[in-house]
Design a protein around this ligand. Structure first.
Ligand SMILES: *[C@@H]1O[C@H](CO)[C@@H](O)[C@H](O)[C@H]1NC(C)=O
Ligand SMILES: *[C@@H]1O[C@H](CO)[C@@H](O)[C@H](O)[C@H]1NC(C)=O
Ligand SMILES: *[C@@H]1O[C@H](CO)[C@@H](O)[C@H](O)[C@H]1NC(C)=O
Length: 314
């Protein structure tokens, strides 16, 4: 009798331990690891600095009107994202006391407020939790980071998703993997071309050129000769990521008025043209493919196919 009671209590002790172990392992398993990242299982273990992303140049400047000469895109932001765009580029200007995305100035093309734009992107990110997204914004008027840019990011909900590297500048080889970004919930990387190098008061707004170099802009040569156009900071060129500005512009009427031409886009955005541009740049990047392929008219041509090929997925 005594023996049996002893066994019973020992048994319930074991059951208690077993229940505890099961609870702990279940909660460990609940910290689920992303198994598909930006649409591909292969990308989860890939470092951000070793990944190629499709980019939309002047992403806000979309119009289906062929007479809107200042447009660089035909389709809106959700459509661009649906096509696989994971780098959104845009230029900001102040208009009536609010930050807007505008082309050159807000008379030529007004894409609305930065806050509304970011809110649209936030909706996409919430519906697509396994996607890593980059912004490269330009700040030609040197608008304040803490007083203007940060409030727009905060109000849109994107600030809470933005990644802050442990130190700046971050080398190309030192970025987390896409899986790590997604698992941590910090899966938006925000670069600004001007202001973030001197003002570090908004930690997630990162200075672009100390970490990314770009090929020249306003390219009018269809062979896209490669050179390091804009770069900065102490890191070697090969320790930067890089972006190819793969859009062709036309000098209309020889007047020095440079516009983007959708009639060229099927050729410019072909796999052949993008791969040739990338191949021309790789010698400047220790043989690495571009991190960002920035296109006009992303809905035309084969941008995503070229990017998949550069990622070794095709
Ligand atoms: C991820 O990469 C690490 C090293 O970089 C490697 O040890 C590991 O096996 C990889 N995991 C998968 C699932 O490919
Ligand atoms: C990633 O690494 C592979 C092999 O080292 C290289 O061929 C490829 O170009 C790299 N891609 C990028 C974007 O760095
Ligand atoms: C090149 O990229 C930069 C964005 O960082 C942009 O300001 C410029 O307009 C681009 N040029 C072309 C020709 O796409």
């Amino acid at each position: 009798m005594a023996l049996r009671r002893y066994n019973a209590s020992r048994m319930s002790g074991w059951l208690l331990i077993l229940a505890f172990v099961m609870t702990v392992s279940a909660s460990v398993l609940n910290m689920k690891r992303a198994s598909v990242c930006n649409g591909h299982a292969e990308l989860c273990n890939r470092s951000y600095g070793n990944t190629t992303f499709l980019g939309a140049h002047d992403s806000f400047a979309f119009s289906s009107d062929p007479f809107a000469l200042a447009r660089d895109q035909e389709v809106d932001i959700p459509t661009q994202l649906g096509l696989g765009v994971r780098l959104l580029q845009a230029q900001a200007h102040m208009k009536n006391g609010a930050l807007h995305f505008c082309h050159t100035d807000c008379v030529l093309f007004d894409g609305g407020t930065v806050q509304d734009y970011l809110t649209t992107v936030h909706t996409f990110l919430q519906a697509n939790p396994n996607e890593v997204l980059t912004f490269i914004f330009t700040n030609p008027e040197g608008v304040s980071l803490p007083n203007v840019w940060d409030p727009a990011f905060q109000a849109s909900g994107i600030a809470q998703m933005a990644y802050v590297p442990p130190s700046i500048p971050t080398k190309q080889s030192d970025w987390p993997t896409l899986g790590e970004f997604i698992d941590s919930g910090k899966r938006v990387i925000v670069f600004l071309d001007a202001g973030a190098d001197t003002d570090r008061s908004v930690p997630y707004i990162l200075p672009e050129f100390p970490m990314i170099w770009e090929t020249p802009f306003s390219v009018t040569d269809a062979s896209f000769p490669c050179s390091v156009d804009r770069t900065a900071g102490p890191l070697a060129t090969t320790d930067h990521m890089y972006m190819i500005n793969h859009s062709l512009n036309k000098d209309i009427f020889g007047l020095g008025i440079i516009v983007s031409d959708p009639l060229d886009a099927p050729t410019t955005n072909s796999v052949t043209s993008i791969m040739a541009n990338a191949a021309g740049c790789e010698p400047l990047a220790a043989g690495r493919a571009p991190n960002f392929v920035l296109l006009d008219f992303v809905n035309i041509g084969q941008g995503l196919q070229a990017v998949n090929q550069l990622n070794g997925l095709a």
